[in-house]
Design a protein around this ligand. Structure first.
Ligand SMILES: CCC1=C(C)/C(=C/C2=NC(=C\c3[nH]c(/C=C4\NC(=O)[C@H](C)[C@H]4CC)c(C)c3CCC(=O)O)/C(CCC(=O)O)=C2C)NC1=O
Length: 184
């Protein structure tokens, strides 16, 4: 597993050069509190995000909870909720580290093949991941809408910066996109 620092060392070592990209590491440190707030925005809303994403996936495809569907019976429903939570958790680890390797190595490696072997519909998982991607963006920006969040809307109240952490939203989105690509 790599993070922004160890990755700079590994890539310098691969070309037998000194660590050179100090500018981006300096930026990583300078923006560290924003990154922690972004991770916290996801982690402290995780159970709501997971249940809402899986509920949305099922609303759009109710065959999943009928006999023969992969969220039927309750044992599979529980496994599905657990998987969505695992995926979201590894996305938060990647966001904290500033590097995707922990997500790639410990979560996505072989997941598509596992799903194929078990008959888990990857396209439905992708839909749940897309919903979590949208939720994560709203939570990092701290702009959940009444329309989508309803009575569960929760404003974190972290200090607001002008761009609403656009680069962290983009980075988190890229990790969700990685999950989607790995399952597609
Ligand atoms: C650390 C990383 C890690 C991951 C990612 C992981 C995934 C994972 N999901 C599994 C099952 C499963 N995953 C699902 C998921 C779903 N079914 C649906 O219809 C939805 C589309 C979707 C939820 C979004 C289901 C239903 C099963 C059980 C399938 C079965 O037993 O028939 C299994 C088989 C073993 C088990 O049931 O526990 C694994 C290994 N395990 C890990 O250790």
């Amino acid at each position: 597993m790599l993070d922004a620092f160890s990755k700079a060392v590994v890539s310098a070592d691969a070309s037998t050069s000194v660590v050179s990209d100090l500018g981006s590491l300096r930026e990583f440190v300078a923006q560290g509190n924003r990154r922690l707030d972004a991770v916290n925005a996801i982690a402290s809303n995780a159970s709501c995000m997971v249940s809402d994403a899986v509920a949305g996936m099922i609303c759009e495809n109710q065959g999943l909870i009928q006999a023969g569907g992969n969220c039927y019976p309750n044992r599979r429903m529980a496994a599905c909720l657990r998987d969505a939570e695992i995926i979201l958790r590894y996305v938060t680890y990647a966001l904290l580290a500033g590097d995707a390797s922990v997500l790639d190595d410990r979560c996505l490696n072989g997941l598509k093949e596992t799903y194929a072997a078990l008959g888990v519909p990857a396209s439905s998982t992708v839909r749940a991941v897309q919903i979590m991607k949208a939720q994560a963006a709203a939570h990092i920006k701290d702009t959940p809408s009444d329309e989508n969040a309803g009575g569960k809307k929760r404003i974190m109240g972290a200090p607001v910066v002008e761009d609403r952490c656009a680069s962290l939203v983009a980075e988190a989105s890229s990790y969700f996109d990685r999950v989607i690509a790995a399952l597609s």
